[in-house]
Design a protein around this ligand. Structure first.
Ligand code: ATP
Ligand code: MG
Length: 216
């Protein structure tokens, strides 16, 4: 298989990646936001995009179904990064992974007292690592979205979630109490593809790197 397949998710990742693709001379022939197609041809016949769930991007790249992709550090940390080369932080889709609790809940005190906390999150791996490092005992509850709801209805004492403006937390009477890590999106490349298709992949990497350096 010659040609390059790039895995992307719709929404903010696509929006923030489009200028990078354009700089590399890659323009999709359909708009992923309105098209129902999952495989998008581009102006370059040898380059196509596939549109997948954000959390599925590393999996497509790991198995070589896509040669490269763009995924958040949150997603990559959960995936584990097996088989992925991560050459470039694209500095897009920036936010923070935070612990948040209901207003009035004394998190520091609960931690000091060695309380066992129930924590709801989509990010089990990241949460497990974080609380283990702090020596805090937690029962993790896996959710797939709207984590902010969990403490409001007694499902959890705290959540681990991505925060950018804090508006959603505030609207739900939650406060961020701890930063776990800064998040941005990375370029990921299949390790075998990088060797076998270096002539096609390297120029794209170089232009992305140059564009990121010029915009930050
Ligand atoms: P899905 O909507 O399919 O469940 P998702 O919610 O992870 O997946 P997005 O909300 O588009 O999909 O998020 C994609 C990526 O963008 C995340 O993996 C994360 O890296 C980043 N991201 C998520 N929320 C924010 C935010 N509020 N600000 C900036 N970047 C964010
Ligand atoms: Mg989302």
């Amino acid at each position: 298989m010659t040609g390059i397949t790039i895995a992307l998710s719709k929404g903010r990742i696509f929006e923030e990646t489009a200028p990078l693709l354009k700089a590399a001379g890659i323009i999709p022939l359909d708009d992923p936001e309105t098209s129902r197609k999952l495989i998008l041809e581009t102006n370059r016949p040898e380059v196509r995009l596939i549109v997948v769930r954000a959390s599925d991007v590393p999996t497509y790249v790991q198995y070589g179904a896509a040669d490269m992709g763009i995924a958040g550090k949150d997603v990559l940390n959960e995936h584990g990064g097996n088989g992925l080369y991560q050459p470039l932080d694209l500095q897009i889709a920036r936010c923070r992974m935070m612990v948040a609790v209901p207003e009035g809940f004394d998190y520091e005190n609960a931690v000091r007292q060695g309380a066992r906390l129930r924590v709801a999150t989509k990010y089990l791996q990241t949460a497990r690592e974080h609380f283990a490092k702090k020596g805090v005992h937690v029962d993790l509850i896996k959710l797939y979205g709207s984590m902010e709801l969990a403490p409001l209805v007694g499902l959890a004492d705290a959540i681990v979630d991505l925060v950018s403006s804090g508006g959603t937390l505030k609207a739900n009477h939650l406060v961020a109490v701890e930063e776990i890590m800064q998040i941005s999106s990375r370029l990921v490349v299949n390790q075998a593809a990088l060797k076998l298709k270096r002539e096609q992949i390297q120029p794209i990497l170089d232009i992305f790197a140059e564009t990121v350096a010029n915009t930050s």
